[in-house]
Design a protein around this ligand. Sequence first.
Ligand SMILES: [Zn+2]
Length: 829
Amino acid sequence: MRFSGTVVLQGRKVGRPSQRITLHQHDLKVTSAKIVKHDKKGDQELAVTRINNQDTLNEVRLHTESMVYPGEYTLELAFEAPITDGMTGIYPCYFKEGETEKKLLATQFESHHAREAFPCIDEPEAKAVFNMTLVTRPGVTVLGNTPVKEQTAADGKLTTVFEPTPRMSSYLLAFVTGDMHSKSTKTARGTEVSIWTTTAQPAEALDFALDVGKRALEYFEDYYGVPYPLSKVDHVALPDFSSGAMENWGLITYRERILLAYPGETAQSTLEHIVMVMSHELSHQWFGNLVTMKWWDDLWLNESFAEVMGYQATDALFPDWHALDMFVAGEGLSAIRRDAIAGVQPVKTAVHHPDEISSLFDPSIVYAKGGRLLRMLQQYIGDDAFRAGLKLYFEAHAYGNTEGRDLWEALGKASGKDIASFMDAWLTRSGFPMVTVTQDGPKITLTQEHFLEDPAKADPGRLWPVPLFASLPGLPDSFDKRELSHTAAAADTLTLNGGALGHYLVRYAGDAHRQAVTDMVRGQKLGEADRLWLLNSGSMLARAGYEPYGAVLGMLDAYTDETSEPVWDIMALVLGESRRFIDHDESLEARIKQFTDKLAAPQVARLGWEAIAGESNADEKLRALVLGLSAYADNEAVVAKAKELFAAYKGGTPLPAELRTLAFSVPVKTGDAEAFDFLLNLHDTTQNAELRSDACDALTATRDPGHAEQLLARLTNPKFVKPQDVDHWLVYLLRNRYTRAVAWDWLAANWSWLETTFKNDKSYDYLPRYAASCANTREYQQKFRDLFEGKMDQPALKRNIQLGMEEIETRVKWLERDLAAVQKFFAAS
Ligand SMILES: [Zn+2]
């Protein structure tokens, strides 16, 4: 488990003459170095007097005998290093084929891990053409960014030479080698698309991704109007992978869970996830790879854009999936809820060192909020101008680097609008406005103010250019002042933020106005996105104290006949929120269960347990959701049926994939020890990552602290739980009220193991975030302080610890403030 290599760099030295040349490296040992100067006198070698590997500085310094003056140089360095399990640089992925333990070698270079594989200038703006040659053991598959140029086997070694890459950033370089198999097809333009997996996986698991990979690539070539620049794109499922997927140019890597689909066994929600992530990564091949941010502070430009395009392509490929409503229910909510916490970062944040990036990868802000803002802009200027602007942008900056304003310039040219000042207000400051609407007949007044869950901390001076997306004609497109007055032609009820396109909340001030809007929900006179956004807004306004939480629960009455799955997602979220009050009054649980069962009953009756011929994919997911709510409510018929399905499954009868988690978790929750052991064994033996994850979801639903302890004890052993999955187990056990105490104790007791194992991983800074999400009481607030206050000196954790404290304080205050109103509501319901 070691590697060694040679790198030859050709380039130009600029800046002041000195007696050293510095490159990036980390955990490598540079063993030799040669410096050759090229000028009109010919080639001349400069003696290297000392090689200084500075690990703490991420550098190697080559000290020279004579001065290094500006000019053309070639450097040649030899290096070596061990291959370690951390999922960055070059790392192993473990899998089992039959009884044989095998591994792949793969790479993960974003954000600054190419320097763990070879010395280089490892910054996005230092673009280069890479000529890569790999020497491996024979008989394995070897994949790189570009096609293989030649391959020779000799002396028990396989030498693979790749075609030169385009001019690109080091973080996008990649390779994968090991025992793999694939399926391939070609796009209309002739680009080869292949899906790869380990030899332990069946070939049919590749079919779905192959179809998506081809069609999504064709979609982007058409939408961007710029051809994909390489002749092939490989998508590889890796058994060990830190994040979800990585857009390496021409060699995209994924978690198995996000690429492989087993016919008849993969749930609709997983298929959706596969399409969205593949589309996201393919969109990066242009936005990120062809044109790259200058520096990491514009990372949002890559990620926000890919996030919107991921949903947009999914909507184009599968129009009946309602991907754009899912975008609002998923990204929209994640963004606005995170952005309501005092102290949250803006989308665009200064990054001084790449080590800070992991804490800036806050998915709710960099991906979700940024994506929402770009979608808001797209709707504001119209899709034609948006596309025309993108084409200008790609053509002007291909193979180069940009900043946000380069994009605004291109979109401004195409739309004739001042995009920079519109977007800067949203991107460079955190938060968003609450727009209060007062309507008195035709007289309309709008006021905006900074919204925070703790309104006392809001910034009274903060204003945004708010696009109105108004239901009545005659109002301006947007307003950027404190207040706007308008007299409408008619007295029809005004609604704002149509389609929930804007990143802001609307508060309808008058009781009659609120009632009129609620009636529009009841009559389904508002679209799906509007209905779900309205309920979410109600919840957020209540948590901030603008109305009691009982009023939001009362709003659910207008949703009795709701049939839309994305809207039900938010209804379930509000019900879930109300369960937080149980930590303050256990007697509420029975009432909440009753209320939940009643709310779910009409949809349970409509959808039943069996798929209805010709039903939509959304109904397939909604069935699982409402049955899950009924099961939570201890509905006897639902619990009995779930147990029956599980017993049949144990006997070999397949389960509908979407109902699997429900059928697995009901027996565990009700204390069936045999089911617990069965699922644990299933988890440890299956090759299907989705099945493994479903087993985890069910096992962590246990109400037996002893069982929870048994699960927690397995987390430190990679034979049982892959490091990539540890945070998943932990967060589920923390959110489960019955296992929270033992999970918290485990978290505190095993912190040093977590730190050693994950300190270079993105999941590390999520730990305080997960812990904060489950704290509902002063007791857990104190536990949070005890565990994390002393860790504020770790740059990766600091931000999430601060936000966690803020989040817990406002949440506990809300629960204490609204408890009586919620008790009253459930007593009367
Ligand atoms: Zn991305």
